[in-house]
Design a protein around this ligand. Structure first.
Ligand code: TXA
Ligand code: MG
Length: 312
């Protein structure tokens, strides 16, 4: 991946003016804003059409910058060491030295932190020098973008610059782990790192606290294409196209992974849903995906895509 220094400089200037940048990451494209500037952060909510102010992830270039924004205990540090830079987000107590605005964390006393590894994200974060809020760069409730043109199509002129970093490698959002002192580590969102890989380091993960604010990614209907989504399908019915998985599927169908590899399937998920949606079928029938590896995250997104609309 070539990183053009002039383009990065330009994008960093856009951020410092309080405008929005489409930023490639190894998970999905983010809608980047200066996290320290509440007006810029407010523009993110407006551009996405998010119904309310929800906490955003602050992206930083390295663990030292993360430790300026949040308080990482031993468990958080072990996870950071193993998975940063990469598709892990840690929700930890806010540090007093933090620069992220209150709006970026929706007034919470905790903050979501991530060190992405995509070279363009790394270069932009270094050039900016401070935390960058970046939710997925899609209109609220819709499929997350996995290519630069998806950002333009979804968000249009509300983004000043879109940096093209190619197809997103993981294709699914980061795994979010809450690590708050005196509480068990919690799996707040499944994602590009499997539960098993996290549990190998910090032991069994607990569910989110039931009194927690509902974040958009946790709404029942989210990540949704236009077409109706039907799960655990064996074949397409009239009016449907098939999204297949594994070697036993009809060969003409789009296939998330012929070899039944859940990492490959995650990387293909949003792109294939978008492509099938564009064919204009009434429905997308999705074959069953096992819960192993990244299957848990894929099924989480598919269940939300299939849920009855109207609660977002
Ligand atoms: O892979 C990703 O994480 C992408 C790329 C662009 O980095 N970003 C992303 O951001 O998915 P977004 O805004 O779509 O999801 C952020 C989620 C929120 O919905 C919420 O669940 C969680 O992060 N979050 C952030 N801060 C939090 C906090 N203080 N407490 C609880 N959850 C938090
Ligand atoms: Mg999102």
């Amino acid at each position: 991946m070539n990183v053009d220094p002039a383009q990065i400089e330009d994008a960093a200037r856009v951020l410092s003016r309080g405008e929005l940048v489409g930023m490639p990451t190894e998970t999905v494209y983010g809608l980047a804003a200066d996290a320290a500037n509440p007006e810029a952060v407010a523009r993110v909510f407006a551009a996405k059409g998010r119904p309310q102010f929800n906490p955003l992830i602050s992206h930083v270039a390295d663990p030292d910058m993360a430790m300026r924004e949040g308080v990482l205990d031993g468990r958080a540090l072990a996870l950071a060491e193993a998975f940063w830079p990469g598709p892990l987000t840690l929700v930890v107590p806010v540090a007093e030295t933090g620069l992220s605005s209150e709006l970026a964390r929706a007034g919470l006393s905790t903050i979501g932190l991530r060190v992405p590894r995509h070279p363009i994200a790394q270069a932009l974060l270094r050039a900016h020098g401070g935390p960058v809020s970046a939710p997925s760069a899609n209109p609220s409730g819709k499929l997350s973008p996995t290519a630069a043109e998806d950002v333009r199509t979804g968000l249009g002129d509300s983004v000043s610059v879109v940096l093209d970093g190619g197809a997103s490698e993981a294709g699914i959002e980061s795994t979010i782990i809450g690590v708050i002192p005196d509480e068990p580590a919690r799996l707040l969102r499944t994602g590009a790192i499997s539960r098993g890989d996290i549990e190998a380091l910090v032991g069994p993960l607990t569910s989110p606290r039931p009194d927690k604010i509902t974040a958009p990614g946790q709404l029942t209907s989210h990540y949704a294409p236009r077409a109706a989504v039907r799960l655990n399908a064996i074949e397409a019915r009239a009016g449907e196209v098939l999204l297949a998985f594994g070697p036993g599927a009809p060969s003409a169908a789009a296939n998330l992974s012929l070899s039944a590899d859940t990492v490959e399937a995650a990387a293909n998920l949003y792109r294939m849903l978008r492509e099938l949606d564009a064919q204009g079928a009434e429905g997308i029938a999705v074959m069953p995906i096992p819960e192993t590896g990244l299957g848990e995250a894929i099924n989480d997104r598919l269940n939300r895509a299939a849920a009855a609309r109207g609660d977002r």
